[in-house]
Write a protein that binds this ligand. Structure first.
Ligand SMILES: NC(=O)c1ccc[n+]([C@@H]2O[C@H](COP(=O)([O-])OP(=O)(O)OC[C@H]3O[C@@H](n4cnc5c(N)ncnc54)[C@H](OP(=O)(O)O)[C@@H]3O)[C@@H](O)[C@H]2O)c1
Length: 330
């Protein structure tokens, strides 16, 4: 069936400037790490992407290794792009990354120029895109000179394979050094992709959040819902089909009595604010404009709709923030 996006798709979404760049990103972005591999029906993938775009989510985040098997999320996205979004390429910000294992031998992972450029070309081929809007170094490589990794990002942008460069999971010191190299090369670091949620606050402890503000680099927080833990879904055990039931990245040990007691307290707080817990968790990540965009995942279109509802109430009182700290850091 032909997809016609909603005419009102730009009416309710908030768009935030990505650091000091000109690029604006939706406050909620959608990632394709899970639920876009060969283990998910094609119609579900289509429905999730269509629901997202209809809600004003203009940013889809992918990586070379998303699947399973690795690469299949890019292939599926390419098919849906051609079927549903062909006329809307210029309304979309599509990213990919390279850093984790993609092929055998010494050139299939980390941060060499050899790997990054080859992987970017493979990702373009799988998605059928002419270019990515953002291309990331997916992780810091301790064994490759940072000049080489950043030089590869600069080349990827200059050669037209991507519009903007970013890094993921680099700490504050690595980010400062990478940013200085990119600046010298004339290709700014526009965005950083770290994990961040109420339970995972390394960006605060490390100083990365402050560093990004100081350097004018935008931020896209992954795992804002702690892979689903920061929602109401595990309050009565582990539901069938949920991520914790699938033996993937969310270890069922995380659904412990101690964690669920915290989740229950946070869920009660969210209800008091007139929000679902997912909505409050996203509002917390986005509070005070500290993060450009929260990068969610979804296994159902309804989850996307629920998450976008977070934007109706992004404010927190000092007492609410203190209460969230008391519960989540206990
Ligand atoms: N740069 C990196 O190294 C890196 C690493 C990891 C992820 N990422 C990016 O971050 C994206 C998001 O990661 P993530 O999927 O783990 O993030 P997440 O948003 O923390 O978790 C998504 C999961 O939460 C559940 N969920 C979402 N909305 C819900 C709602 N409204 N109500 C109840 N449950 C809800 C779903 O779980 P169920 O599936 O159980 O329904 C969904 O699959 C990835 O797709 C990827 O683009 C980047």
């Amino acid at each position: 069936m032909t997809y016609h996006p909603s005419d009102t798709r730009y009416d309710r979404m908030t768009y935030n400037r990505c650091g000091k760049s000109g690029l604006q990103l939706p406050a909620i972005s959608l990632g394709l790490w899970h639920n876009f591999g060969e283990d998910t029906p094609h119609q579900t993938k289509r429905a999730i992407l269509q629901t997202a775009f209809d809600a004003g989510i203009t940013h889809f985040d992918i990586a070379n290794n998303y699947g399973p098997p690795p690469g299949s999320a890019e292939t599926a996205f390419g098919e849906i792009m051609r079927a549903d979004f062909r006329d809307f390429r210029d309304e979309l910000i599509i990213s990919s990354k390279a850093g984790y294992l993609m092929w055998n031998g010494p050139y299939g992972e980390w941060g060499t120029r050899k790997y990054l450029v080859a992987s970017c070309d493979q990702s373009l081929k799988r998605t059928g895109l002419d270019y990515f809007d953002i291309f990331y170094s997916h992780r810091f490589d301790p064994d490759t000179p940072l000049e080489e990794t950043m030089g590869a990002l600069d080349y990827i942008v200059r050669s037209g394979r991507a519009q903007y460069a970013g890094v993921s999971s680099y700490n504050s010191d690595q980010t400062r050094r990478a940013n200085a190299i990119l600046k010298q090369l004339g290709t700014p670091m526009v965005i950083h992709q770290p994990s961040y949620n109420m339970f995972d606050r390394w960006v605060e402890r490390d100083g990365l959040k402050d560093t990004l503000h100081e350097l004018g680099i935008g931020s896209i927080a992954f795992l804002p819902l702690a892979q689903g833990l920061l929602t109401n879904k595990y309050l009565k055990g582990i539901p069938e089909g949920s991520r914790a039931s699938q033996g993937k990245s969310l270890n069922p040990d995380a659904i412990s009595d101690a964690n669920i007691a915290k989740v229950r307290a946070l869920n009660d707080m969210a209800a008091g604010r007139g929000q679902t817990l997912a909505q409050m968790a996203l509002a917390w990540v986005l509070r005070n404009g500290g993060i450009t965009t929260a990068l969610i995942g979804a296994s159902k279109p309804e989850q996307v709709t629920d998450c976008v509802g977070a934007l109706a109430n992004l404010g927190f009182s000092t007492e609410e923030l203190a209460q969230i700290d008391r519960i989540s850091l206990a």
